[in-house]
Design a protein. Structure first.
Length: 570
């Protein structure tokens, strides 16, 4: 039994995430975690909301709430919608937790002890009217690159340039609209990433199992050269800056900045989990306390890769403490909405809570897995969603389960029939199923989620082909024993499907397992094709479930296109 630590990129606190966020980190992390649990491994799957930074403060202000109340509410919303989607985190934490505060301060202290943190004087925009500095998005103005009039202090949304607030032309306070802004000097802590360049490159060189997308992004940033970065801000919301447990002189009104504390929350969330459950978090993270045999797998979209291959490792490796670092970093391209990006402001795309108003979670989980943006960007369209749901889920999986169970109900008194011996068709099926199960497991293991889903579908197709060819309804007219063998085999396929679909379709797996009297527990089929298809004891009662998947109708597609956008060619 292996020990596997799974994390997915922390969703930012400001609102429920859209399907693109789900597809590129949280869902594949869940599918992988569920698969590994079913294999019998010890899995710890953690995630958390990323709660600090100016966007959270501005969103709270826009909502008329203090930032703590805002974060409390938004965290609960995200936790609940994740749980409704079947995301089976062992813990869904918060980067504003006391555990993260303590760990963030610890790392800042250690890094400073190693000569990797220093105080520097910065020039920042100060607003006398607001009585404060205006970091990042607290200031807006004209972009110095493209002249867009509403660029933000950290970035221009028009041309994508990363900006410094002092670069903006005609800056305006985002709080009170004051234009009477000054540039003042302020002290900040800098993490000297430039000194860690060689160390991080050597570490990346050794990560030979990283996929090409992850490696190429890491090397691009290493080749450009790491720069020293400010890790504090003139803000009130965040981890207060301390030095060895005491407030740091001159930093009483400053906090550690979000990019420094957010990834430390991976450790802190594990700490939160341990505090809540009595577990031992250090055994997952400290190489000197049991984490040598942990396999650590991270999931994220490609925009987060540089940060996880270079930025966060600077903190961990720079500490020179024996912390666990990531083994496999699975990154994803974009899921687009038709030919364009999801957009909250333009109401384009579906958010997680809205999706569940339309259809149960497994419809979405299936589409987002079999269309995961792995090799390249992928586009969601209602038309393709309709086709995939109707063909894969309704026609192939749903139809098989209902057809065989209905037949068992009407012709075999609703029990697993006895009698008869396996024939050539069954022997061929045993061989095919055994090979397909091995293929599916290898693909899940390799985190090839798209191909894994395709192979799962191919297993359903094997079942349908078998049933069509064996034709129990014909056999029943002349040879009841032969029909019994076929129906028994078909019901065993149903039981097998429950186990195999559970990582992707956990809710459907429950219904399917119950239909054939099997426990709804994670389990991966082990044994030969013959043994996994001879599991159900003859005589056991079975019962056809309600329709597993309803087809998506054209009228629904039209209604949803109207409501959520779409229609433009992909
Ligand atoms: Zn611009």
């Amino acid at each position: 039994m292996a020990r596997i630590l799974v994390t997915s990129a922390l969703p930012y606190i400001n609102g429920v995430k859209h399907l693109g966020n789900l597809a590129g980190s949280m869902l594949p992390a869940d599918v992988y975690s569920r698969f590994q649990r079913a294999r019998g491994h010890e899995v710890l799957s953690v995630c958390a909301t990323d709660e600090h930074g100016t966007p959270a403060e501005l969103a709270a202000a826009a909502a008329g709430q203090d930032v703590e109340t805002y974060c409390d509410e938004q965290h609960a919303l995200q936790r609940d919608v994740g749980s409704a989607f079947g995301l089976s985190w062992d813990w869904f934490g918060r980067s504003s937790s006391p555990q993260n505060r303590a760990l963030t301060r610890h790392f800042a202290d250690v890094l400073e002890d190693r000569g990797l943190v220093e105080e520097r004087t910065d020039q920042m925009i100060y607003s006398p009217a607001d009585g404060r500095f205006l970091p990042d998005r607290y200031v807006e103005g004209t972009c110095p690159v493209c002249a867009f009039p509403r660029a933000r202090g950290d970035q221009c949304d028009n041309c994508g340039s990363l900006l410094d607030p002092v670069d903006l032309i005609e800056p305006v306070s985002a709080i009170g609209g004051s234009r009477a802004l000054e540039i003042r000097e302020t002290r900040h802590l800098y993490l000297l990433q430039s000194r860690l360049q060689d160390r991080i490159r050597a570490w990346v060189d050794a990560r030979v199992e990283w996929p090409p997308l992850t490696r190429s992004i890491a090397y691009k940033h290493l080749d450009e050269g790491l720069i020293d970065r400010g890790i504090t801000r003139d803000l009130a919301w965040g981890v207060p800056v301390t030095r060895r447990g005491a407030p740091r002189p001159g930093f009483e009104d400053k906090v550690f900045y979000v990019w420094f504390d957010a990834p430390i929350e991976y450790l802190a969330a594990t700490h939160e989990w341990a505090d809540a459950t009595g577990g031992d978090w250090r055994r997952w993270w400290r190489l000197d306390e049991g984490a040598e045999d942990v396999r650590y797998v991270q999931f994220m979209g490609k925009d987060n890769v540089a940060f996880h291959t270079v930025g966060f490792p600077a903190t961990i490796l720079g500490s020179e403490e024996p912390w666990k670092t990531v083994d496999q970093l699975k990154s994803f391209n974009w899921l687009n909405w038709y030919g364009d990006k999801f957009s909250t402001s333009q109401g384009r795309g579906v958010f997680m809570d809205q999706a569940l108003e339309l259809l149960p979670p497994d419809y979405w989980r299936w589409w987002l897995t079999i269309n995961a943006p792995e090799g390249s960007d992928t586009a969601f369209t209602w038309e393709q969603f309709q086709t995939t749901v109707n063909k894969d889920l309704a026609d192939v999986l749903g139809n098989f389960v209902n057809r065989i169970l209905k037949f068992a109900e009407t012709r075999f008194d609703g029990v697993v029939p006895q009698g008869g011996e396996a024939g050539d068709l069954e022997r061929r099926l045993h061989v095919d199923v055994e090979a397909k199960l091995a293929e599916i497991a290898a693909l899940f293991e390799a985190i090839e989620v798209r191909k894994a889903a395709q192979a799962v579908r191919a297993l359903w197709v094997l079942g349908n082909e078998y049933l069509t060819e064996a034709a129990p309804w014909t056999a029943l007219k002349t040879d009841r024993d032969r029909a019994a063998v076929i129906v028994r085999t078909g019901l065993n396929l149903v039981a097998l499907f429950a186990d195999v679909i559970r990582p992707i379709l956990p809710f459907t797996a429950s219904v399917v397992a119950e239909a054939v009297g099997e426990p709804d527990t994670p389990r991966w089929p082990a044994g030969t094709g013959e043994s996994v298809l001879s599991r159900l004891p003859p005589g056991r009662p079975v019962r056809a479930p309600d329709v597993l998947f309803r087809k998506v109708e054209d009228a629904q597609v039209a209604e949803w296109t109207e409501r959520f956008g779409g229609g433009e060619p992909a």
